[in-house]
Design a protein around this ligand. Structure first.
Ligand code: ZN
Length: 152
């Protein structure tokens, strides 16, 4: 199997059998993310305790790339500190923009399967949706009600 088919397989698997697509009981932060250009609409829920993402889940609907990306993201961020999650989200954004270095891409584990999206401008917003929503959720949790722009 070449790398491209392997990546396609990973994305399909996460889209068809998402491990984290459900409501999260006891969530401490949540945020809705919408990508109007494709119709992707998700709600990300995080359970954060002492600066660590203890659990996370999402609900919603959208295209395969948006759903698989959110599911892979959650695989990656559960158990990480909010700072680590922010760093990973930055790395993901850079990968999608074709700017990430090898170490950043490697840190993304399965989510690296989405790197070819950097060559598909129409799908960039789909792939970014979960990660953008994560950035907003974390920024909001860090600065309650200040209404500032998330850094990404
Ligand atoms: Zn989409």
């Amino acid at each position: 199997m070449d790398l491209k088919s392997l990546y396609r397989e990973i994305i399909n698997e996460h889209n068809l059998h998402p491990a984290h697509k459900h409501d999260l009981e006891g969530a401490t932060a949540d945020h809705r993310g919408v990508n109007p250009s494709c119709g992707d609409d998700i709600r990300l829920q995080l359970k954060i305790k002492d600066g660590v993402i203890e659990d996370a889940a999402f609900v919603g609907s959208g295209c395969a790339i948006s759903q698989a990306s959110a599911d892979m993201m959650i695989d990656l961020i559960v158990g990480k500190s909010t700072e680590e999650a922010m760093t990973l989200a930055d790395g993901f954004m850079r990968m999608i923009q074709g700017k990430a270095d090898d170490a950043e891409i490697e840190a993304l584990e399965e989510a690296a399967a989405l790197q070819s999206v950097s060559k598909m401008p129409a799908r960039v917003k789909c792939a970014e949706l979960g990660w953008r929503t994560l950035g907003k959720t974390l920024a909001e949790g860090a600065a309650e009600g200040e209404g500032h722009q998330p850094h990404c």
